[in-house]
Ligand binder design. Structure first.
Ligand SMILES: [Zn+2]
Length: 231
């Protein structure tokens, strides 16, 4: 991440698109299927542990000393956990929907969804909160599914911008709502413990689709609820 704190983009859709390191149009394969096929060839666990040994030697450690004997195994196990999102299918989480909305016609907002992800530039954690709203047309999902969806994308290598866009795109694609709003605030350890080493700086990213993109008043209402008085 660069050090600038990003401001929330105003509603105008005719402003020039900012240059992104990944294409703004997301490939649906990113959210409609697991990122890794079960039969995809990958290095073995032993090879992964060997790579950790190499890194230990690289920093000047003696990988044979007692305290480090189990470290390669532990690191690879931690990787399995931190990156399990590659093996999970985002669309599947959103697939179980309720058709009955009982005439509900406002947006549904789940705020303060805590997550931890790993930045794709340094493989260091960034963590914070996601706030997600969507306006259902016919299909609603269980509220925990939005948290599950966030976790699936967060447990992959990410940029905060891409994480934000992927969550919005998946909800858009699967639920076909009238609009989606996603706001993510996060602290990046690659910025707080290395590099400029500034603690406490928050990075904000947002993505609005449909009615949230087209209607500044709805966008404002989302933002004021997210920043509501009970925070
Ligand atoms: Zn980073």
């Amino acid at each position: 991440m660069d050090a600038a704190i990003k401001s929330i983009r105003p509603a105008k859709s005719n402003e020039p698109k900012k240059v992104e390191t990944r294409p703004a149009e997301l490939d649906p394969s990113e959210f409609l299927a697991a990122a890794v096929r079960a039969d995809q060839p990958r290095p073995s666990r032993a090879e992964a542990e060997q790579a950790v040994l190499t890194l230990l030697s690289y920093i000047g450690e003696d990988p044979d000393r007692e305290g480090l004997l189990d470290t390669p195994r532990r690191v690879v196990e931690a990787f399995d956990e931190l990156y399990q999102g590659y093996h999970q299918c985002p669309a599947e989480v959103l697939d179980r929907t309720f058709g009955e909305t009982a005439g509900y016609d406002d947006f549904v907002l789940v705020r303060d969804i805590e997550f931890t992800s790993q930045c794709e530039h340094h493989m260091m954690p960034f963590y914070g909160k996601a706030h997600i709203a969507y306006t259902p047309v016919e299909r609603v999902v269980g509220l925990s599914k939005l948290a599950r969806l966030t976790d699936i994308f967060a447990r992959r290598l990410q940029t905060q911008e891409h994480l934000t866009a992927q969550i919005a795109a998946a909800i858009d694609e699967v639920l076909k709502p009238r609009g989606v709003a996603v706001l993510i605030e996060a602290e990046h350890t690659c910025m707080s413990v290395r590099g400029v080493a500034k603690h406490g700086a928050s990075t904000f990213t947002s993505r609005f689709t449909g009615m949230f993109r087209d209607n500044p008043a709805e966008q404002q209402r989302f933002l004021s609820l997210v920043r509501g008085p009970t925070r």
